[in-house]
Design a protein around this ligand. Structure first.
Ligand SMILES: [Zn+2]
Length: 252
């Protein structure tokens, strides 16, 4: 099995995250990219790569007892500050209701529009196949983004506007994944990640922050050991060609 998977890996030549130049990070809620991948994002921007954040929902279900509109405003401000710490200044909001109703098919079309406009060579998003993940926004975002990666150049699935030039998306990197196949060394960005997470004060009280810190330190060290670093973040990297009728994705 191992040899068979290694042979397939060789022909696929999955790109390295750090070799990509223009990254679109599609997130269910304000905070998901910072918590899952903040150190990698900081590394990419410090290397001069372009990183854009795209938020599917407004985060408006995130504070019990506060109205959706007040919560959305607070969370957007927190996210703007957190993103700034990681070197990200371009934020796009689709403003779907957090934990509310919206269609995955329409979301796919909205993401395709952004992809056609920005032409990222790497899309980062949440892994919709995280075992025991039940948050509907995470599952919907991961699936809609992967579908967008499959159909972004297809003018039948989604009409192409007259100025669109087809281009090649290189890869998708799933975060919050149980099946990482690529690890990014983030020794120099590890503290920055937590500074960014700390900006989400409405979501993470000091006690929870301490727990997060311990959890991510353990995980970051475990992933770091795999590539000879102190800390690393892990991703499941696939190419769009693997998003249809491809049996080996779980093991790649
Ligand atoms: Zn989330």
């Amino acid at each position: 099995m191992e040899e068979y998977i290694n042979e397939i890996r060789k022909i696929l030549q999955l790109p390295k995250i750090e070799d990509c130049q223009n990254v679109l990070c599609v997130q269910p809620h304000p905070d998901d990219g910072d918590i899952s991948s903040g150190a990698t994002i900081a590394k990419l921007t410090s290397l001069g790569k372009k990183v854009t954040y795209l938020f599917v929902t407004d985060g408006s279900a995130g504070i019990n007892g506060k109205s959706r509109s007040k919560t959305a405003k607070i969370r957007k401000n927190e996210e703007i500050n957190a993103a700034k710490m990681l070197g990200v200044r371009d934020l796009i909001w689709l403003d779907h209701p957090d934990a509310g109703e919206y269609s995955v098919s329409n979301l796919k079309s909205e993401i395709i529009e952004v992809v056609r406009k920005l032409k990222p060579d790497l899309i980062m998003t949440v892994d919709p196949f995280l075992p025991y993940e039940f948050h509907p926004d995470h599952i919907s975002t991961g699936i809609a983004t992967a579908q967008a990666a499959l159909f972004y150049n297809n003018s039948i699935v989604k009409a192409v506007d007259k100025d669109y030039d087809p281009y090649a998306l290189r890869a998708i990197a799933f975060f919050f994944t149980a099946f990482p196949n690529q690890f990014v060394c983030v020794d120099d960005q590890w503290e920055t990640k937590f500074q960014a997470i700390f900006e989400h004060k409405s979501q993470i009280n000091p006690e929870t922050f301490k727990l997060y810190r311990k959890y991510f330190d353990i995980k970051g060290k475990f992933y770091g050991e795999k590539i000879g670093c102190k800390y690393a973040e892990g991703f499941k990297v696939l190419i769009p060609e693997m998003f249809h009728a491809f049996a080996e994705n779980l093991w790649i």
